[in-house]
Design a protein around this ligand. Structure first.
Ligand code: DQA
Length: 152
């Protein structure tokens, strides 16, 4: 029997390693490991198998995207500030053959104009932003539905 497609890669970009030191009004005050713990719990409720990756290196992020299809059936991507200007990351995502949801903790559409731009535009059909940590739960549900992984 073939393997269920339920592996979801959770990718965090630049400055997420210091999430707990960033503005709690915008980003909620959790550490990255606390955030990943919650994502992990929600993922298993949805019968998804999460893997986690964070880097401050644009090159490493691109390399991870190049290999994404080898270890994941879908992805949740919060690339932080790179989202708004890294054409290299946009181009790297273009070769990633998996469905993805773009997530932002803060409401990027209600902040500075430069945060309204996304290099993933046109490649990612769902963006979730401004919902804090709960946004990840929503993103995971979208992925579970897409993969048909919600069974049991
Ligand atoms: C962010 C929004 C980005 O504009 C910012 O640079 C981040 C975090 C968010 O999750 O709200 O680093 O991606």
């Amino acid at each position: 029997m073939s393997r269920a497609a339920n592996r979801v890669a959770i990718l965090h970009g630049v400055n997420f390693d210091v999430l707990d030191r960033r503005d709690p009004e915008l980003y909620g005050g959790l550490s990255l490991s606390e955030l990943e713990y919650r994502i992990g719990r929600w993922a298993s409720e949805l019968h998804l198998e999460p893997s986690f990756f964070q880097t401050n290196s644009e090159a490493e992020f691109c390399g991870y995207l190049h290999r994404l299809g080898q270890g994941a059936d879908a992805a949740i991507i919060n690339a932080g500030a790179w989202t708004h200007y890294s054409r290299a990351i946009g181009d790297a995502f273009a070769v990633a053959p998996v469905p993805a949801v773009e997530i932002h903790l803060s409401d990027v559409e209600a902040r500075e104009d430069w945060r309204k731009v996304s290099v993933f535009e046109g490649m990612i059909d769902t963006r979730v932003f401004g919902k804090g940590v709960e946004g990840y739960r929503e993103g995971l549900s979208i992925i579970a539905e897409r993969l048909g992984a919600g069974g049991g």
